[in-house]
Design a protein around this ligand. Structure first.
Ligand SMILES: Nc1ncnc2c1ncn2[C@@H]1O[C@H](COP(=O)(O)OP(=O)(O)OP(=O)(O)O)[C@@H](O)[C@H]1O
Length: 204
């Protein structure tokens, strides 16, 4: 289980963003998280994935500190996939850095071999996001923190991506924390939906 326990954070010289935050995501569970802009959802996502250190509290996977593990069993996917890849590298070089994509993921995300010869700017946003998801879904990946991953995409691509994520949740007991302002989407894909405001007021 992914556990976020009594976690607090504030940016230097800023107000306390959150304090004593508790949240769990079970294997094979999708937890939907929404909330007003600027409340700290992305900051929390960065802390869970180990990009930022919390001021206090702890984040564990199966009761272990996963941040020391390589590769990290918790992978963060952003809203803007172009920021997650080196724009000067062709896709095959991007892939070489992050490991091999499993064959079945190529098929599930409809990734074309021909993309490997292109630069990131030569793929559409949806194609690049599917590539980033497939790359993050290593066999060791147990949890995906999906921070607005389909917000910029058209309805068809959004549906395609979530169809694959829902099948991975069942097939390999992937746990997903889906952060979005799209409450309708969250209600459709999630096992439970949480308002970030409630999370920072009363621990769940
Ligand atoms: N590096 C930083 N230094 C100082 N303040 C920051 C930094 N990054 C973010 N913030 C501030 O922290 C607050 C929380 O930001 P965050 O991106 O976590 O919110 P959010 O809930 O994800 O918002 P949104 O829904 O708009 O994406 C905001 O007020 C933001 O301006």
């Amino acid at each position: 289980m992914l556990k976020i326990q009594e976690t607090s954070y504030r940016y230097q010289r800023e107000r306390q963003l959150f304090e004593g935050l508790n949240l769990t995501v079970k294997p094979g569970e999708i937890v939907g998280l929404y909330g007003n802009s600027g409340m700290g959802k992305t900051t929390m996502a960065k802390i869970i994935a180990g990009y930022l250190n919390p001021d206090s509290g702890k984040i564990t996977v199966d009761d272990q500190n996963h941040h020391k593990k390589s590769p990290n069993p918790v992978q963060l996917i952003w809203q803007h996939p172009e920021q997650a890849v080196n724009p000067r590298w062709k896709m095959k070089q991007v892939l070489a850095e992050g490991g091999v994509i499993q064959k079945e993921l190529y098929e599930q995300f409809d990734i074309k071999e021909s993309w490997m010869q292109r630069y990131p700017s030569e793929l559409s946003g949806g194609e690049l996001q599917r590539f980033c998801l497939a790359r993050a879904l290593m066999p060791t990946t147990k949890y995906i923190i999906a921070d607005e991953i389909t917000t910029m995409l058209d309805a068809l691509t959004q549906a395609q991506i979530w169809r694959v994520m829902l099948s991975l949740k069942t097939q390999r007991q992937l746990g997903i924390l889906a952060i979005s302002h799209d409450k309708i989407l969250l209600d459709r894909i999630s096992d439970r939906v949480i308002n970030f405001e409630d999370l920072i007021k009363s621990p769940s």
